[in-house]
Design a protein around this ligand. Structure first.
Ligand code: DAH
Length: 356
């Protein structure tokens, strides 16, 4: 028994890893292990022998089991230590540059505009970018041969035969006014941000660009409500205490009366400043919705009236964030995107800040 004890304690203390240790356990205490074999022989002994060998063998068995358990803990501690050393990391090093891209200014500004109008009770509606002639023109009181159709430089889609309705890439977000009236009825208060298309290309025009349409209908809406909403929107969007807006009489087939809105600004050394100076910059079109348009949306214009507006999203993005050329918005140049893009996790809210 002394021999067994000395042999196994020695081997346990020298075991190099948990596998070697397990082999030792099987050899000593397993079913056919040496200590187990000794226990089996107890049965063949005389009662006297058994009385002295029995407890001694049990003690040996316990001693080896304890030594095995202790060695097992020591081995796994050592394994953990080795792993920790291998995976060592200096948390005081500066972080690596972010490589997950940025939020495009159009997306950012769309979020900002949506946050502002949501606060005023407007919900967001969407419509298709491939639109029928009816929604894009006729329903908006732009009949055939009306100059507004030609002015918009419309992209028409081919059709297979004359029975198919004529389809266009929508030239503005205004058709969503009709779709929203059909879907929601009155009263309603919606905005629709989205892409629109016109065949035009220079530093302030691209064939695809973005607008946000607004529409509010109720039984007691006046031009004063329109003015208030647009002034509040402009202040919130440009993040200024006050703005100077000019409502200039204009004409759109879908509103009567109609106005275009300019914002006071100055150009000093090619730098644009809002709210000061003697220049005016056009930012949107608006008006009281034409009764024919309300009727086209399936609503009684004798009961309901309201206002509508259309803002160029890319245009106000350029103004707010100082990009000089609209074409760069859609060229996918990563240097431009890194420079003008926004951090992905900064969601604009009225209370948390729009552009911070
Ligand atoms: N749809 C017009 C455009 O694309 C913009 C516009 C003007 C929209 C007046 C409106 C509005 O809703 O009332 O140029």
């Amino acid at each position: 028994m002394e021999e067994l004890r000395a042999k196994y304690l020695q081997q346990i203390s020298e075991a190099a890893d948990e596998i070697a240790l397990e082999e030792l356990r099987v050899r000593a205490l397993g079913k056919k292990g040496e200590v187990t074999q000794q226990m089996r022989q107890l049965g063949a002994m005389s009662p006297d022998e058994r009385r002295s060998f029995g407890p001694a063998l049990n003690k040996l068995k316990d001693e080896l089991a304890t030594a095995l358990a202790a060695k097992k803990i020591a081995l796994s501690d050592a394994a953990l230590d080795a792993r920790l050393k291998g995976e060592w990391l200096d948390v005081t090093l500066p972080s690596r540059a972010r490589r997950i891209g940025t939020v495009h200014p159009v997306s950012q500004v769309t979020e900002e505009v949506t946050a502002i109008f949501a606060e005023m009770g407007f919900t967001v509606e969407q419509g298709p970018r491939i639109e029928t002639e009816w929604y894009n023109f006729d329903a908006l009181n732009i009949p055939d041969h009306h100059p507004a159709r030609a002015e918009m430089d419309t992209f028409y889609l081919c059709r297979e035969n004359d029975d198919q309705p004529l389809r266009v890439l929508r030239t503005h977000t205004s058709p969503v006014q009709i779709r929203a009236m059909e879907k929601i009825g009155a009263p309603l208060r919606i905005i629709c941000p989205g892409g629109v298309y016109r065949a035009d290309y220079d530093h302030t025009h691209t064939p695809m660009f973005h607008q946000v349409e607004g529409l509010a209908l109720d039984t007691d809406i006046s031009m004063a409500n329109l003015k208030w909403v647009l002034i509040e929107f402009t202040k919130a969007f440009f993040e200024v205490e006050s703005v100077d807006l000019r409502f200039r009489a204009s004409h759109f087939p879908f509103t009567e009366p109609s106005a275009e809105v300019d914002i006071r600004c100055s150009w000093d050394d090619g730098k644009l400043k809002l709210g000061e100076g003697d220049d005016w910059l056009e930012i949107l079109g608006c008006g009281m919705v034409h009764p024919k348009v309300i009727a086209a949306g399936g609503i009684d214009p004798e009961v309901y009236q309201g206002f509508a507006f259309g803002v160029g999203i890319d245009r106000i993005a350029m103004l707010k964030y100082g990009m000089p050329d609209l074409r760069a918005f859609f060229e996918g140049d990563v240097r431009w995107l890194r420079h003008f893009g926004f951090a992905p996790l900064d969601v604009p809210t009225i209370h948390g800040g729009l552009s911070r």
